[in-house]
Design a protein around this ligand. Structure first.
Ligand code: SF4
Length: 209
């Protein structure tokens, strides 16, 4: 190995410092391993993809795990410096992903589920000011009912064109679809197929709003 003059001076200086401290009776081995252990003890970094938008930034989730590798608590979420898309960066929304799942009680330091996170479907009846918790079966049936009702009452089968003749259009203008930017290609395909089969012509996505 070729060592430059500068490297040689640095190396010899560091070696001399270690020798002189060791000669005084200090044992750095235990201290060094304790520091290392404290910093990384039971913490595992897990690379993941931000769920919010189609940019698909890479994030690293740091979590504490017990001796069996089971999740104990979430410690932090950061942009992944190894991800070629965002190279360690994350927008304010992605940076706040930490709050998506768990937060710590500022008083006790205990982990708890973010109280602001909505975990059950909420329904607000027409004219009401209150939200009611409903189960998914009820909610999906209600959505299906409303879609059918709206589509049936607004469906346009034929439309006149400039020359006075009629053409089949089979569409509804009373339903619109807003896709989430986290949807992947296949989900977008299925969503647009379903909407087109209903006759929906207004399709938008969160990213353009
Ligand atoms: S929300 Fe922000 S961090 Fe997440 S993928 Fe989009 S740009 Fe990246």
């Amino acid at each position: 190995m070729r060592v430059t003059r500068r490297q040689f001076l640095k190396l010899s200086g560091a070696t001399a410092a270690v020798f002189s401290a060791a000669e005084l009776g200090f044992n750095f081995e235990a201290t060094a391993s304790a520091v290392k252990q404290l910093r990384i003890k039971n913490v595992t970094p897990t690379p993941t993809i931000c769920p919010y938008c189609a940019s698909g930034c890479g994030l690293v989730v740091y979590a504490e795990r017990d001796s069996e590798g089971k999740f104990v608590k979430l410690l932090s979420v950061h942009g992944d410096p190894d991800n070629p898309i965002n190279m360690g960066g994350a927008c304010s929304k992605g940076s706040a992903m930490f709050n998506l799942r768990e937060i710590y009680d500022p008083e006790t330091g205990e982990q708890m589920i973010n109280p602001k996170r909505v975990q059950k479907p909420l329904y607000r009846a027409p004219g009401s000011t209150k939200w009611e918790e409903k189960d998914w079966d009820w909610m999906l049936d209600r959505i299906a009912e409303k879609i059918k009702e709206t589509r049936d009452s607004s469906f346009i089968h034929k439309e006149k064109i400039d020359d006075g003749s009629e053409i089949i259009v089979n569409r509804t203008e009373k339903i619109a679809s807003v896709g989430g930017s986290g949807l992947d290609n296949e989900e977008c395909y299925l969503l647009s197929k379903m909407m087109r089969s209903l006759g929906v012509v207004y399709l938008e996505t969160q990213a353009r709003i």
